[in-house]
Design a protein. Structure first.
Length: 273
């Protein structure tokens, strides 16, 4: 029932990965008297939360809304913030399982994460649990700055890691997509990317298993609709993901001399040849 420009107007703002611009952009939206603000990622949600205590906020993809302090609980948010979370406890176990299937002798995995990023500690706990079950040793490498990316891959290669699991996502790595893909080829390390990894695999990365972010964005629209029709955000439970995508790039596999087993290929949602 919504017609853009007639009974609904959407204002877009993009910080272009410059997080220091977020408070300014949030202030702009407040001056426009918007009725609801949709945010992509915890950094944006925090900036908007600090700018207003009255305008409802719909998150599209927060890795840990409770840990971030945005909601009291997933079932009862209790404030002006609600929406979608990318938190899925079993997902990193599945990523390790996929690495184990394509690298049968998998014994050591380098895990690239950003310790200051919300949700990383929770994800790391999940990876450690799965690693124990699979008998895999983990090497955690902290990526706080773009310059840490090359250092991390060098360390993984030096310690003879069999594969890399990327927990890190967002601003720190998205702008260095080409660098990461080239380093994976140079070190001949199979890399599995997490949520948001589709872009990496389409650009030449090996594989991704993660939340379907487009699905979360679509579902966020239902929250906006309910809030505009009068529902209190505090009464709208935060949803966890239900759709996941597994994508493999066979060109990338060939570049590092890796053969993907047929039983893994058949489970992929998309295979890039």
């Amino acid at each position: 029932g919504y017609v853009e420009g007639k009974n609904i107007v959407t204002e877009y703002r993009y910080a272009e990965e410059k997080l220091d611009r977020l408070p300014v952009l949030a202030a702009e939206l407040l001056r426009l008297n918007v009725e609801v603000i949709v945010t992509a990622g915890p950094a944006v949600t925090r900036a908007v939360k600090e700018a207003t205590a009255t305008i409802p906020i719909v998150m599209t993809q927060d890795p840990d809304p409770v840990g971030s302090g945005f909601v009291a609980s997933l079932a009862r948010p209790g404030g002006k913030i609600t929406g979608l979370s990318t938190l899925s406890p079993e997902i990193n176990g599945k990523r390790l399982e996929l690495l184990k299937e394509i690298v049968p002798k998998l014994s050591r995995v380098a895990v690239l994460g950003t310790s200051t990023r919300t949700g990383t500690a929770q994800e790391l706990k999940e990876v450690e649990l799965a690693a124990g079950a699979f008998g895999v040793e983990l090497q955690y490498l902290d990526v706080l700055d773009p310059k840490d990316i090359e250092t991390a891959f060098r360390a993984a290669s030096k310690s003879r890691a069999d594969a890399v699991l990327m927990l890190v996502s967002g601003g720190v790595v998205d702008a260095y997509q080409t660098t990461i893909i080239e380093l994976a080829v140079k070190t001949r390390l199979p890399v599995i990317y997490g949520t948001g990894g589709r872009a990496f695999v389409e650009a030449g990365g090996l594989m991704t298993y993660g939340v379907n972010v487009n699905d979360l964005d679509r579902r966020a629209a239902t929250y906006v609709d309910k809030i505009l029709k009068g529902t209190n955000p505090a009464d709208l439970p935060v949803e966890q993901p239900t759709k996941f995508e597994f994508i493999i790039n066979l060109k990338a596999a060939k570049q590092i001399g890796l053969a993907i087993p047929p039983n893994v290929l058949v489970r992929a949602d998309k295979v890039i040849k």
